[in-house]
Design a protein around this ligand. Sequence first.
Ligand code: PEP
Ligand code: MG
Length: 311
Amino acid sequence: PEHEPVESVRPETPVKPMTATEVKVNVSIPEAAERAAATGADGVGLLRIEHMILSLGKTPQKFVAENGEKAYVDEIVSGIRTVADEFYPRPVRVRTLDAPTDEFRQLEGGEDEPHEHNPMLGYRGIRRSLDRPDVFAYELRAFSRLYEMGYDNVEIMFPLVNDASDVHAARRLMEEAGIDTDRRSWGVMVETPASALSIEGMAEAGIDFASFGTNDLTQYTLAVDRNNESVADRFDELHPAVLELIESTIETCRDHDVKTSICGQAGSKPRMVQHLVNTGVSSISANIDAVRDVQHEAKRVEQKLLLDSIR
Ligand code: PEP
Ligand code: MG
């Protein structure tokens, strides 16, 4: 008789290190949700909504004029659901629209976009949203609908805020859209020196979290265009001035029970992970391919902190 089949040896499942610092993942397109969830990340630290909207090929106003508000809201709900389902009950932090005017201009209906000398310093992020509350309301209604559907793992994050006045205004619009801001988790990206320096007022305005958008925070702190090759060697997310802003923000947030996170590219870099874990950040969001390394690096730094504290 043939010998008994040998039970195949299972390929070793990679063990996810337990860390006090949550390690999350960034997701740019809903299609990447499955791969992102498979990393074992503790949630999504940044889900960019841009792709869901810009891929419609029309400005929101034009799309709504032709297809109606419901169709537009449905598009957003469906994109977010794809990710929220994949991760449930792990949290998924969705950033409201943050595309500069030069990207809007390429869409059908984009011919009326303002021509700006510096689009990155211009009409984008929360500035645009607060300037057009009628258009912003469609996005907020999508969140409201998701909450009605039971997606209590969805969080709302506002880009490019500068101070508490932005937060108060955004909060009022959320309430108008039927979102209970005491019950839901919402917060801001810290992407400008002004926002880092205004964090106390924003904490008092009720944010649950602040997430460092170091791509922009570096650009605006150092006055180095993140897309300009001539000064690329000066784009340093670990510059002491950037780190100082991050550190002071984390300390203020800790005093106010506000969670801190990073969702810029620098969150995938070991040296930034070291700095953040040492400073006591609540979570780090990394690129899909970097999640595993960040988990291990966070673990290593946490263990070293623990050892140092008992020595
Ligand atoms: C950032 O600025 O770090 C960020 C995550 O946002 P974006 O890269 O989309 O500007
Ligand atoms: Mg940004």
